[in-house]
Design a protein around this ligand. Structure first.
Ligand code: BG6
Length: 488
């Protein structure tokens, strides 16, 4: 009988700014994600698939005239007030782990305070205690694409070194407070998404910098130093912590066996793996020297930075996996597109989601193998799932067989990867409960096993409904995957 091991961590994943709401409650400050305004694709607004930028003029406008805009990440799905019911539903599915992030702005509203906001700390105490009631391990991301907006206004976010000690103070506060409640930590969500848009993870206003790619790497450098210093603190506070790094893993295929295509694919892959390369191996890889030179990138480092990065590396490699890319030397923009969220070329062998994301379960097995061969560290698949339009039936059911099909195929490949010898800690599907999309701020791009009654404009009862996938995932966990792995 094929099955996953009993200690495999099954669960789901979320981020504070996509679920909590209550953006100005109990002392919380404004975060960079609270300033991302909704653009309506149905009313003709241009909505990027993933990259969202906030320019300096937009930021001023959003701060001055907020009533003119909608900011869905400010309302989320009201997890702040509904966490007990939501966690009860996760427990009903049998979750062993729940990935969530902490909003920096609940703990340090502007990032600059000397003492943390007790009300913010209490909220996460309550969440962790609720999880503990059901034996669900928290997996905590400290910075999921957000930071206090004050740090963007004052320093242009991570472009500056100033946030480094502020982040370390924040991390230390979390480690001290939750040292008996949380074992698994991730410092930064998908740090490589800085390359997609330096505002997303770095809080950098792209229109204020000369070279956005350079800015992305500069911001990343400061985050690497901050991340390593946080790891150092964490290990001093509790040596049993497991502190990982994370990327949005995008496996890139060559379109043909032409050597030039293969080379492009290799280069795209290096750019993606640059992030865990630094985080795990503790140094900037030599292949980046040429890339930096060719792209006029000069990273400002201070004496001691390299030593810090070398001394404090990641315990495990967490990653999200949604798609693969394809590249070809015949395509004019293929090399410039490396690092972007969209594939430069469509892979004719893959179907697309309703949001045009290529679906590639076998690519997941390839990626697991590649990451494990390279790092020899435990891997944690902390995001994977299908964003789709769902229909709530009159009887309160949602028939999402397409989601079951998608996740099932990825789980099968994850099992194959384990058979290949890869060490996998667990699997948390993205948006286990419907939430606000990161890339488009839509509510109707749904990932959950739990349907939340709310539309893109924020109207709805917020009532929760179990989708078909809810019952299916419960059985997956109950049988350690045997129900899908042993199907006739
Ligand atoms: C990941 C992010 O890159 O993709 C999540 O970490 C995000 O925050 C997820 O929600 C899916 O993207 P989207 O745009 O469909 O929400």
């Amino acid at each position: 009988m094929k099955r996953f091991s009993k200690d495999f961590l099954w669960g789901g994943a979320t981020a504070a700014n996509q679920i909590e709401g209550a953006f100005d409650v109990d002392g919380k400050g404004l975060s960079s994600q609270d300033l991302v305004a909704y653009k309506d694709p149905y009313a003709g607004d241009v909505v990027d698939n993933f990259t969202f930028n906030v320019s300096s003029t937009e930021l001023d406008e959003y701060l001055t005239n907020p009533e003119k805009y909608k900011f869905p990440k400010r309302w989320g799905i009201d997890f702040y007030n509904n966490y007990e019911e939501d966690i009860r539903l996760f427990a009903e599915m049998g979750f062993r782990v729940f990935r969530l992030s902490i909003a920096w702005t609940r703990i340090f509203p502007t990032g600059l305070e000397d003492t943390p906001n007790e009300k913010g700390l209490e909220f996460y105490d309550k969440v962790f205690d609720e999880l503990a009631k059901y034996n669900i391990e928290p997996l905590v991301t400290m910075s999921h694409f957000e930071m206090p907006i004050t740090l963007t206004q004052k320093y242009n976010g991570w472009m500056s070194r100033e946030p480094i000690p502020l982040f370390v103070k924040y991390a230390e506060t979390l480690f001290e407070r939750y040292k008996h409640k949380v074992k698994y930590w991730i410092t930064f969500n998908e740090m490589n998404m800085n390359l997609n848009s330096p505002y997303t993870g770095g809080g950098v206003l792209a229109d204020t910098v000369k070279n956005t790619t350079e800015a992305a790497f500069q911001a990343s450098h400061h985050q690497f130093v901050a991340s390593s210093l946080a790891m150092k603190k964490g290990r001093e506070i509790n040596p049993d912590f497991e502190i990982g790094c994370m990327i949005n893993r995008i496996e890139t295929y060559a379109m043909t066996s032409k050597p030039a295509d293969q080379l492009l694919a290799l280069k795209a892959d290096q750019l993606n793996m640059f992030y865990p390369d630094v985080h795990v191996r503790g140094e900037y890889p030599r292949y980046m020297q040429r890339y930096f030179k060719e792209n006029d990138i000069v990273i400002q480092k201070e004496i001691g930075d390299d030593e810090i990065i070398a001394a404090h590396t990641a315990d495990f490699v967490a990653f999200s996996y949604y798609m693969t890319h394809t590249t070809s030397s015949d395509h004019a923009n293929a090399s410039e597109a490396a690092g972007a969220f969209d594939s430069p070329i469509k892979n004719p062998h893959l179907e697309l989601t309703e949001w045009d994301w290529p679906i590639d379960p076998v690519g997941l097995r390839i990626t697991f193998n590649k990451l494990y061969d390279r790092y020899n560290k435990p891997l944690f698949l902390v995001e994977n799932g299908l964003g789709a339009l769902d229909t709530l039936n009159e009887d309160g059911t949602v028939n999402d067989s397409y989601r079951i099909d998608y996740i099932e195929k990825h789980i099968e490949q994850m099992y194959e990867a384990i058979e290949d010898g890869v060490e996998i800690m667990g699997y948390t599907t993205w948006g286990c409960i419907d939430l606000i999309s990161c890339g488009t701020s839509q509510m109707t791009k749904r990932y959950g096993f739990i349907y939340v009654d709310q539309d893109d404009e924020g109207n709805g009862t917020l009532k929760r409904y179990k989708k078909d996938s809810f019952h299916w995932y419960k059985e997956v966990i109950e049988t350690d995957g045997a129900n899908i792995l042993n199907k006739e």
